[in-house]
Design a protein around this ligand. Structure first.
Ligand code: GLC
Ligand code: CA
Length: 556
């Protein structure tokens, strides 16, 4: 498999609003990030992905952009950005920006022009349709509640918005729009950024004919099923690659909801004609149901192992995986797959980040930060869960108690509570009033305390990332092929990695009970050395006894 720097990288996602506030307004900012670069370098990551920092009215916390070439004043200035880029590069850290071009803000100059009249030259930058029988053109629902169509009184047409009505979808079938996007991408790449994470990128090509979608939550059609991988999506991404990406040594990851391995082999093909890799969603949907996001059941370990190993097996040699459980849209994995304990946070990290692919960490994951103990719907700020609650409870489809239970478990705000730096006021995140409450467990779960504790989650992450990036086992752990062992075992996640003559065996007890397993004879290699362990040293034997949440890794 072709070796590249971005396959060997470890990415750390920063949600700037919640990372570190330098001026006491309660909102994290670019100077805050600059002040933590040494912390990030020490952690052992080498790429920082910044969630959107562009000018935005913040209907969806920056995923609604009103000027793609300006910095949101809440976060600082362009001079602060240039300083961040320079200082990060000096410390060996690369910067990956968020590219949000399925939609813009309704306050973007393009949209203001587009909605001004039917014959405005920018009318066709967005997706406008006439009413059908006096109502919306289709039954499509917005991901954030209500119809995906918004009526515009002045010009007598509807515009499409797959997310909030302040996020109108851009019309990628218009070559002028595509060229504007490519120009804007070059603007940042020419400044020296190192890559792009592409927001909902598989939605950019809309179908040629708009038809109703199957109704899933009893109110609206499931738009995702219609707009995921439209007829020209690969064509547009290949064009973007030819026009822009191929001229820079950059790294790319496309967020691709609804995409399975067959589609992924095209988006993330090793032939380099589209993207470096994608974020798939199958593994983070296994504790839900097909109906909607707002129902959950315990994660079934054999199902999770089967799914992840399918991605490992099918992409091996032909495409490249991303490895993630957490980001700014997902609840905390230590509350989801673990039991909130530091031991479970370590076990999850070992199981996930020793597979083949590029690891993506999300801020606070390296500390074992957990979901927030929300008690009432009034405590949330996330547009997605608030609209879903109002819509489903309002229509009498769900009881308030049932929906509160669902949003407490799944809300994106679980990931967005401020970073826990120390035991000082507001966990050291801000001197002012934080925009979202701090998790009360900051007194024990925080960076400073964990820096001083050799057994902490933070220290374990440092060791794990060193092993993966800097040790003699690096090539094996990055490029080695994956084989799942003990498929049906309900407690233990166990696999082999092989590369040339080298092999690693990863065995993780993903439960709070002790586990005993029998490994196949071929794995009992006498000269195996232990290269990682959460509970001390142990010789590799076919009869393996694992303590609760114990992770063990040997290589030979
Ligand atoms: C992506 C982002 C999410 C955002 C949505 C609309 O899924 O990760 O935060 O709300 O796209 O831009
Ligand atoms: Ca600030």
């Amino acid at each position: 498999m072709k070796q590249t720097w971005w396959k060997e990288s470890v990415v750390y996602e920063i949600y700037p609003r919640s990372f570190c506030d330098s001026n006491g307004d309660g909102i994290g900012d670019l100077q805050g990030i600059i002040s933590k670069l040494d912390y990030l370098r020490e952690l052992g990551v080498n790429v920082l992905w910044l969630a959107p920092i562009y000018q935005s009215p913040n209907d969806d916390n920056g995923y609604d952009i009103s000027d793609y070439r300006a910095i949101n004043p809440e976060f600082g200035t362009m001079a602060d950005f240039d300083e961040l880029l320079l200082k990060a590069h000096e410390k060996g850290l690369k910067i990956m920006m968020d590219l949000v071009v399925n939609h813009s803000s309704d306050e973007h100059a393009w949209f203001l022009e587009s909605r001004s009249s039917r014959d405005n030259p920018k009318r066709d930058y967005y997706i406008w349709r006439d009413p059908v029988d006096g109502h919306e053109p289709t039954n499509w629902g917005s991901a954030f509640g209500g119809s995906a169509w918004e009526w515009d009184e002045k010009t007598g047409q509807y515009y499409l918005h797959c997310f909030s009505k302040k996020q109108p979808d851009l019309n990628w079938d218009n070559p002028k729009l595509r060229n504007e996007v490519y120009d804007m991408m070059r603007f940042w790449l020419d400044k020296g950024i190192d890559g792009y994470r592409m927001d909902v990128i598989n939605r950019i090509s809309k179908p040629e004919v708009f038809t109703d979608a199957p109704v899933i939550d009893g109110l609206y059609g499931d738009t995702g099923r219609i707009v995921h991988f439209g007829p020209h999506v690969h064509e547009y991404i290949q064009e973007m690659n030819r026009e822009v990406l191929s001229h820079y040594d950059c790294m790319t990851v496309g967020e691709c909801g609804g995409v399975g391995t067959e589609e992924a082999k095209r988006f993330a093909s090793s032939d380099g004609t589209e993207l470096g890799m994608i974020f798939q969603f199958e593994h983070v949907m296994l504790d839900g149901n097909d109906r909607d996001k707002w129902s959950h059941k315990p994660m079934d370990l054999p199902a999770l192992k089967e799914n992840l190993s399918k991605w490992q097996r099918e992409l091996d040699q032909v495409a490249w995986n991303s490895l993630y459980f957490n980001n700014h849209d997902q609840p905390r994995s230590v509350s989801r797959l673990g039991d909130n304990s530091p031991e479970s946070a370590k076990a999850i990290a070992a199981a996930l980040y020793l597979m083949q692919g590029t690891p993506y960490l999300y801020q606070g994951e390296e500390l074992g930060m957990t979901n927030y103990p929300f008690k009432s719907i009034d405590e949330f700020q996330d547009i997605e869960c608030i609209s879903a609650y109002r819509q489903l409870v309002g229509a009498g489809l769900r009881s308030p108690e049932d929906m509160l239970d669902a949003v407490c478990y799944k809300s994106r705000d679980n990931a967005r509570t401020p970073m826990q730096w120390n035991t000082e006021k507001n966990a050291g995140f801000t001197d002012g009033t934080p925009w979202l409450k701090i998790n009360p467990n900051y007194l024990t779960v925080n960076a400073r305390a964990e820096e001083e504790d050799p057994g902490s989650v933070l220290q374990f992450y440092r060791e794990l990332l060193r092993l993966r990036r800097k040790s003699e086992w690096k090539d094996l752990l990055v490029y080695g092929s994956f084989r799942l062992l003990l498929e049906e075992d309900p407690q233990v996640f166990c696999y082999l990695r092989t590369y040339g003559k080298r092999t690693a065996l990863v065995a993780v007890n993903m439960s709070a009970q002790p586990a005993a397993v029998n490994l196949p004879e071929e794995t009992a290699f006498r000269d195996a050395v232990q290269i990682l362990g959460t509970k001390g040293r142990k010789a590799l034997e076919t009869n393996l006894q694992l303590q609760p949440w114990e992770a063990l890794v040997w290589a030979w």
